[in-house]
Ligand binder design. Structure first.
Ligand code: NAD
Length: 356
């Protein structure tokens, strides 16, 4: 099994180092090859997604990705900015399904901004469509407004669209994920206003016929946003489009109080995937040895489960992470009085020890 390791920028290399330590402790044989991406790719080869890096990602069975971006690249033209690497990888590898669990470990209940009784024990999964919707729809741009009360003025416009295949394949991913969990799926749309999302709702309802054991309900996105902060534990698996998913998954992430704890997976139709923490490259703390590596370590567990067919090893890692939290070890982002403050590398070592 070949894993492409793309550490990237900022805290990327520090957190990936901990995940690799964990992979090396499992007693499995993985072929791992590292390549530069993002700002590191630009420095080495003049492009955020160098050809060699893309080739490696295509050949590998899975990609473990740190994070990209740094303010020092803000002046570059858009195509050369580090963040283009992640968009390029999603597109080139056809990674259309983004899976983002939001789990609040009981030990960290105090880290959430919501009351512990509302969020303690939270365990939801957001399935976001990643390669369609208004983010990619054509035409788009700035033009002279052709009609209506603002005719003749400049206007910005984008196009929201979803093909039937795009909706069907993300719906299958979501139903299959729900089937493995509590068998409840909420499809989030805006069918009351948008044609695209009435179509979405119809197709998801049709796909449901193939999964009679899963209970499906539909919710408008504005209500879903409200319910996420009112009673988040009501949800189990949520499926939605690219833009709604972008917003809701960040809101769900913050319910848990710490972006440093949340993994993510982006999958293609054959369960090949790119795995990365939900956070960015955190340039403000890069090189200080204080970044939380647990989101990346938990992303490694998702990689073992979804792409490498090693569910038992994934369980082992998740249990080890719980164990270090129970031991009271905390990086500064999740620190509370009375806990033991540790750095990035110490946290990685503690997970390794808990695995042995
Ligand atoms: P960020 O997620 O990097 O950081 C937000 C805040 O969270 C910062 O205060 C940071 O110190 C903290 N933080 C993030 N991860 C942490 C961790 N593991 N441990 C402890 N604290 C952590 O978001 P940002 O500051 O908006 O963006 C920084 C850079 O990252 C930008 O260049 C942005 O474009 C990029 N970015 C990249 C990705 C990606 O690689 N997929 C995603 C989001 C942002």
């Amino acid at each position: 099994m070949k894993i492409a390791i793309l550490p990237g920028d900022g805290i990327g290399p520090e957190i990936i180092e901990q995940a690799v330590k964990v992979l090396n402790t499992l007693g499995e044989k993985f072929e791992m090859e590292t390549a530069p991406v993002g700002g590191a790719g630009y420095e080495a080869y003049g492009h955020p997604l160098p050809e060699g890096t893309l080739k490696l990602a295509k050949e590998a069975d899975a990609v473990l990705f740190g994070a990209v971006g740094d303010w020092k690249y803000d002046q570059l033209v858009r195509d050369l900015r580090p963040e283009q690497a992640i968009l390029g990888l999603r597109k080139n590898l056809s990674l259309f399904a983004n899976l983002r669990p939001a789990i609040l470990y009981a030990e960290l209940a105090g880290a959430s901004t919501l009351k512990p009784e509302v969020v303690s024990g939270l365990d939801i999964l957001i399935v976001r469509e990643l390669t369609g919707d208004i983010y990619f729809g054509q035409p788009r741009g700035v033009r002279i407004c052709p009609d209506g009360p603002f005719k003749g003025e400049r206007e910005g416009f984008d196009t929201m669209r979803y093909a039937e295949t795009e909706i069907r394949r993300i719906a299958h991913v979501a139903f299959q994920a729900a089937r493995k969990r509590s068998k409840r799926l909420t499809s989030v749309d805006k069918a009351n206003v948008l044609e695209t999302f009435q179509f979405w709702k119809d197709i998801v309802t049709d796909v449901h016929k193939e999964y009679p054991e899963v209970t499906l309900d539909h919710m408008y996105v504005d209500n879903a946003a409200m319910q996420l902060v009112r009673a988040p534990k009501k949800f189990d698996v949520m499926v939605t489009g690219n833009m709604f998913g972008d917003i809701l998954s960040d809101a769900a992430a913050m319910l848990t109080g710490s972006i440093g704890m949340l993994p993510s997976a982006s999958l293609d139709a054959h369960n090949k995937g790119l795995y990365e923490p939900s956070h960015g490259s955190a340039p403000d703390i890069a090189g200080k040895g204080i970044a939380n590596p647990l989101a990346t370590i938990l992303s490694t567990a998702m990689m073992l489960r979804y792409s490498l067919n090693k569910a038992e090893q994934a369980d082992r890692i998740e249990i080890a992470v719980k164990k270090v939290l129970t031991q009271g070890l905390r990086t500064p982002d999740i620190y509370e009085a009375g806990a033991t403050k540790v750095g990035t590398s110490q946290m990685g070592d503690a997970v390794v020890k808990a695995l042995m």
